[in-house]
Design a protein around this ligand. Sequence first.
Ligand code: BTN
Length: 264
Amino acid sequence: MIDTINSQKIFGLLKKGSEKKIKIEVLEKATSTNTLLKEAASEKDEGFVLIAGKQTAGRGRLGRSFYSPDDTGLYMSLLLRPSIIPEQSVLITTAAAVSVCDALGKVGVGSTAIKWVNDVFVDDKKVCGILTEGSFNPQNGTLDYVILGVGINVYEPEGGFPPELQSIAGSVFKNKTENLRNTIAAEFLNSFMGYYNTLEKREYYDKYAGKCFVIGKDITIINNDEKTCARALGIDENFGLVAELADGSRLTLNSGEISVRVKT
Ligand code: BTN
């Protein structure tokens, strides 16, 4: 069975209305769809989607790389032109995480969970990463554009994940199904564009908080080389993670450069 990514098929699965705003280009291979779309941003309109069958230099958060082998993943970047200040870009990232869960739900995967701030997990393994990158306009303090990059490990890579990723990364499906990656891409866009149209209302907040498996757990906060033990208490209205330190004091973590490890 093959599951070919095809722009026409994705387009045909978009909700009425969304298809007016979305243009899709599929490449067999890219360095990084986020990098390529950034380079082309000045010539493209909001709603342009670049998808690649594989990435040779896929990028993740905090300067990490994102393993993007051929034929098994969905590597997709969406160009947005929201009127927001940089601090609000977390709304895009978190809406995207919920949209990935929505899209996987549409193809029968109900057991998705979100690791703050934007990793999607299935069966305790990370199956999706999200990288939101903005271009700051110093003249008005807002963002000229945002590139929303989503990478989903739809199937197990041929030969499995590299050893260093085996304990962390997982894939959503074992067997290939025709049109599955097109369906996931379209359902992601359907869901995301709905949330994006009313972004500041945060309509997806309850879904996000409900899926965020970090809440109530003991965590290690990692800020550069500094590690701090804490307990995750909840998610505030700006999607900050409210945590309690050993001395009882509370702090709110914002996505930035901080990462969190859940203690098991
Ligand atoms: C992470 O896990 O830290 C984020 C990974 C984001 C990967 C996606 S794949 C499509 C887009 N292009 C990239 O180079 N990165 C994002």
